[in-house]
Design a protein around this ligand. Structure first.
Ligand code: SIN
Ligand code: FE2
Length: 213
Protein backbone atom coordinates (compact mmCIF):
# COMPACT_ATOMS: atom_id res chain seq x y z
CA UNK A 1 0.00 0.00 0.00
CA UNK A 2 1.41 3.39 -0.87
CA UNK A 3 0.24 6.20 1.32
CA UNK A 4 0.57 9.94 1.43
CA UNK A 5 2.01 10.31 -2.03
CA UNK A 6 -0.18 13.26 -2.81
CA UNK A 7 -3.13 13.47 -5.15
CA UNK A 8 -3.22 14.16 -8.85
CA UNK A 9 -2.66 17.87 -8.21
CA UNK A 10 0.49 17.09 -6.23
CA UNK A 11 -1.02 18.27 -2.95
CA UNK A 12 0.20 16.29 0.05
CA UNK A 13 -2.71 14.27 1.40
CA UNK A 14 -2.95 14.37 5.18
CA UNK A 15 -3.67 11.08 6.87
CA UNK A 16 -4.37 10.06 10.42
CA UNK A 17 -4.49 6.72 12.20
CA UNK A 18 -7.90 5.52 13.33
CA UNK A 19 -7.52 2.26 15.20
CA UNK A 20 -5.27 0.33 12.85
CA UNK A 21 -6.90 1.96 9.85
CA UNK A 22 -5.75 5.03 7.91
CA UNK A 23 -8.08 8.00 7.50
CA UNK A 24 -7.66 10.60 4.76
CA UNK A 25 -9.84 13.45 6.02
CA UNK A 26 -11.49 15.47 3.27
CA UNK A 27 -9.64 13.68 0.48
CA UNK A 28 -12.57 14.46 -1.83
CA UNK A 29 -13.26 18.15 -2.21
CA UNK A 30 -16.89 19.37 -2.50
CA UNK A 31 -16.84 19.30 -6.32
CA UNK A 32 -15.56 15.73 -6.36
CA UNK A 33 -18.20 14.75 -3.79
CA UNK A 34 -20.98 16.26 -5.92
CA UNK A 35 -19.67 14.50 -9.04
CA UNK A 36 -19.64 11.21 -7.17
CA UNK A 37 -23.25 11.70 -6.09
CA UNK A 38 -24.17 12.12 -9.77
CA UNK A 39 -22.31 8.91 -10.61
CA UNK A 40 -24.21 7.15 -7.84
CA UNK A 41 -27.54 8.42 -9.15
CA UNK A 42 -26.79 6.48 -12.34
CA UNK A 43 -25.81 3.40 -10.32
CA UNK A 44 -29.06 3.56 -8.33
CA UNK A 45 -31.12 4.03 -11.51
CA UNK A 46 -29.70 0.76 -12.88
CA UNK A 47 -29.58 -1.05 -9.53
CA UNK A 48 -32.21 0.34 -7.13
CA UNK A 49 -31.53 0.53 -3.40
CA UNK A 50 -33.09 -2.28 -1.39
CA UNK A 51 -33.54 -2.75 2.33
CA UNK A 52 -31.90 -6.13 2.98
CA UNK A 53 -32.95 -8.47 5.74
CA UNK A 54 -30.50 -10.35 7.92
CA UNK A 55 -30.41 -14.15 7.71
CA UNK A 56 -32.72 -14.10 10.76
CA UNK A 57 -35.21 -11.98 8.83
CA UNK A 58 -34.54 -8.64 10.57
CA UNK A 59 -34.75 -5.67 8.16
CA UNK A 60 -31.50 -3.69 8.20
CA UNK A 61 -31.76 0.05 8.84
CA UNK A 62 -29.36 0.74 5.96
CA UNK A 63 -30.46 0.59 2.33
CA UNK A 64 -28.03 -1.01 -0.11
CA UNK A 65 -27.10 -1.37 -3.71
CA UNK A 66 -23.81 -2.11 -5.46
CA UNK A 67 -21.64 -1.65 -8.51
CA UNK A 68 -19.00 -3.92 -9.96
CA UNK A 69 -18.66 -7.57 -10.88
CA UNK A 70 -20.20 -8.62 -7.57
CA UNK A 71 -22.57 -7.08 -5.07
CA UNK A 72 -22.90 -8.00 -1.41
CA UNK A 73 -26.40 -9.19 -0.60
CA UNK A 74 -28.16 -10.42 2.51
CA UNK A 75 -31.44 -12.29 2.82
CA UNK A 76 -32.98 -15.30 4.59
CA UNK A 77 -30.45 -17.50 2.81
CA UNK A 78 -27.50 -15.65 4.33
CA UNK A 79 -24.81 -13.12 3.44
CA UNK A 80 -22.98 -13.53 0.17
CA UNK A 81 -21.62 -11.91 -2.95
CA UNK A 82 -23.86 -12.20 -5.98
CA UNK A 83 -23.29 -11.26 -9.65
CA UNK A 84 -26.85 -9.91 -10.04
CA UNK A 85 -29.19 -7.49 -8.31
CA UNK A 86 -31.59 -9.53 -6.13
CA UNK A 87 -34.64 -7.54 -7.29
CA UNK A 88 -34.07 -6.88 -10.99
CA UNK A 89 -31.92 -9.92 -11.78
CA UNK A 90 -29.63 -7.67 -13.85
CA UNK A 91 -25.84 -7.56 -13.52
CA UNK A 92 -24.61 -4.73 -11.31
CA UNK A 93 -23.60 -1.52 -13.13
CA UNK A 94 -19.88 -0.81 -13.49
CA UNK A 95 -17.96 0.89 -10.68
CA UNK A 96 -17.69 4.61 -11.57
CA UNK A 97 -14.29 5.58 -12.99
CA UNK A 98 -13.75 8.24 -10.30
CA UNK A 99 -14.22 5.59 -7.62
CA UNK A 100 -11.67 3.30 -9.26
CA UNK A 101 -9.23 6.21 -9.50
CA UNK A 102 -9.64 6.86 -5.78
CA UNK A 103 -9.02 3.17 -5.03
CA UNK A 104 -5.77 3.32 -7.02
CA UNK A 105 -4.76 6.55 -5.33
CA UNK A 106 -5.07 5.26 -1.76
CA UNK A 107 -4.07 1.61 -2.26
CA UNK A 108 -1.47 1.85 -5.02
CA UNK A 109 -2.93 -1.42 -6.34
CA UNK A 110 -3.43 -2.28 -9.99
CA UNK A 111 -5.95 -4.95 -9.05
CA UNK A 112 -9.40 -3.38 -9.21
CA UNK A 113 -12.04 -4.01 -6.57
CA UNK A 114 -14.75 -6.51 -7.52
CA UNK A 115 -17.40 -4.82 -5.43
CA UNK A 116 -18.42 -1.27 -4.63
CA UNK A 117 -21.10 -1.63 -1.99
CA UNK A 118 -23.30 1.45 -1.65
CA UNK A 119 -24.92 1.94 1.76
CA UNK A 120 -27.49 4.66 2.36
CA UNK A 121 -28.12 5.75 5.93
CA UNK A 122 -31.36 7.66 6.44
CA UNK A 123 -32.34 9.25 9.72
CA UNK A 124 -31.78 6.78 12.58
CA UNK A 125 -29.91 4.21 10.48
CA UNK A 126 -26.85 2.57 11.98
CA UNK A 127 -24.62 -0.43 11.47
CA UNK A 128 -23.61 -2.74 14.30
CA UNK A 129 -20.01 -3.78 14.92
CA UNK A 130 -18.98 -6.42 12.42
CA UNK A 131 -16.02 -7.71 10.43
CA UNK A 132 -15.84 -7.70 6.63
CA UNK A 133 -14.97 -11.34 6.13
CA UNK A 134 -16.97 -12.65 3.19
CA UNK A 135 -13.99 -12.15 0.87
CA UNK A 136 -11.41 -14.78 -0.09
CA UNK A 137 -8.17 -12.83 0.36
CA UNK A 138 -7.69 -10.52 3.34
CA UNK A 139 -4.37 -9.21 2.04
CA UNK A 140 -6.36 -6.67 -0.01
CA UNK A 141 -7.57 -3.63 1.94
CA UNK A 142 -11.12 -2.37 2.23
CA UNK A 143 -11.56 1.26 1.17
CA UNK A 144 -14.50 3.24 2.51
CA UNK A 145 -15.71 6.60 1.16
CA UNK A 146 -18.12 8.82 3.11
CA UNK A 147 -20.59 11.23 1.47
CA UNK A 148 -23.28 13.42 2.99
CA UNK A 149 -24.12 13.53 6.68
CA UNK A 150 -21.38 12.96 9.23
CA UNK A 151 -21.36 9.71 11.17
CA UNK A 152 -19.82 8.32 14.33
CA UNK A 153 -17.65 5.43 13.17
CA UNK A 154 -16.38 2.89 15.69
CA UNK A 155 -13.43 0.57 15.22
CA UNK A 156 -11.97 -2.12 17.47
CA UNK A 157 -9.72 -5.10 16.98
CA UNK A 158 -9.93 -8.47 15.36
CA UNK A 159 -11.34 -10.02 18.52
CA UNK A 160 -14.96 -9.32 19.32
CA UNK A 161 -15.59 -7.45 22.57
CA UNK A 162 -12.20 -5.75 22.83
CA UNK A 163 -11.61 -2.02 23.26
CA UNK A 164 -12.84 0.30 20.53
CA UNK A 165 -12.29 3.89 19.54
CA UNK A 166 -14.53 6.18 17.57
CA UNK A 167 -14.31 9.22 15.35
CA UNK A 168 -16.65 11.27 13.21
CA UNK A 169 -16.44 10.53 9.49
CA UNK A 170 -17.37 13.52 7.35
CA UNK A 171 -18.32 13.92 3.71
CA UNK A 172 -15.27 13.43 1.52
CA UNK A 173 -13.35 11.35 4.06
CA UNK A 174 -11.71 8.14 2.84
CA UNK A 175 -10.76 5.32 5.20
CA UNK A 176 -8.45 2.41 4.35
CA UNK A 177 -8.71 -0.73 6.44
CA UNK A 178 -5.73 -2.86 5.53
CA UNK A 179 -3.03 -4.94 7.17
CA UNK A 180 -3.88 -5.71 10.78
CA UNK A 181 -7.02 -3.55 10.50
CA UNK A 182 -8.43 -5.55 7.58
CA UNK A 183 -10.40 -7.76 9.95
CA UNK A 184 -11.03 -5.12 12.62
CA UNK A 185 -14.54 -4.91 14.00
CA UNK A 186 -16.19 -1.69 12.88
CA UNK A 187 -19.59 -0.07 12.61
CA UNK A 188 -21.60 3.13 12.60
CA UNK A 189 -23.08 4.18 15.96
CA UNK A 190 -25.28 6.89 14.44
CA UNK A 191 -25.38 9.57 11.84
CA UNK A 192 -25.82 13.30 12.44
CA UNK A 193 -28.88 13.60 10.23
CA UNK A 194 -29.00 16.92 8.41
CA UNK A 195 -25.37 17.84 9.10
CA UNK A 196 -24.55 18.01 5.38
CA UNK A 197 -26.36 19.50 2.40
CA UNK A 198 -24.67 17.23 -0.17
CA UNK A 199 -27.67 14.90 -0.50
CA UNK A 200 -30.93 16.79 -1.11
CA UNK A 201 -32.93 14.30 0.98
CA UNK A 202 -30.30 14.25 3.74
CA UNK A 203 -28.61 11.16 5.07
CA UNK A 204 -25.30 9.52 4.40
CA UNK A 205 -23.86 7.36 1.66
CA UNK A 206 -20.92 5.09 2.31
CA UNK A 207 -19.09 3.25 -0.45
CA UNK A 208 -16.98 0.23 0.43
CA UNK A 209 -14.61 -1.17 -2.13
CA UNK A 210 -13.43 -4.73 -1.84
CA UNK A 211 -11.52 -7.37 -3.74
CA UNK A 212 -13.72 -10.44 -3.32
CA UNK A 213 -12.30 -13.33 -5.27
C1 SIN B 1 -19.59 -0.91 6.46
O1 SIN B 1 -18.84 -1.32 7.31
O2 SIN B 1 -20.08 -1.66 5.61
C2 SIN B 1 -19.96 0.54 6.39
C3 SIN B 1 -19.10 1.44 7.20
C4 SIN B 1 -19.53 2.86 7.04
O3 SIN B 1 -20.71 3.10 6.75
O4 SIN B 1 -18.71 3.76 7.21
FE1 FE2 C 1 -17.99 -3.26 7.06
Amino acid sequence: MSEGNGNAAGRAVPRVALGGAVLYPGLLDPAAQAALVEDLRAVAAAAPFVRPVTPRGQPMSVRMTAAGRLGWVSDRKGYRYAPRHPGTGAPWPPIPAAVLALWRQVTGLRREPDCCLVNYYGEGARMGLHQDRDEADFSFPVVSISLGDSARFRIGGVERGGPTESAMLHSGDVLVMGGAARLAHHGIDRIAFGSSTLLPQGGRINLTLRVVA
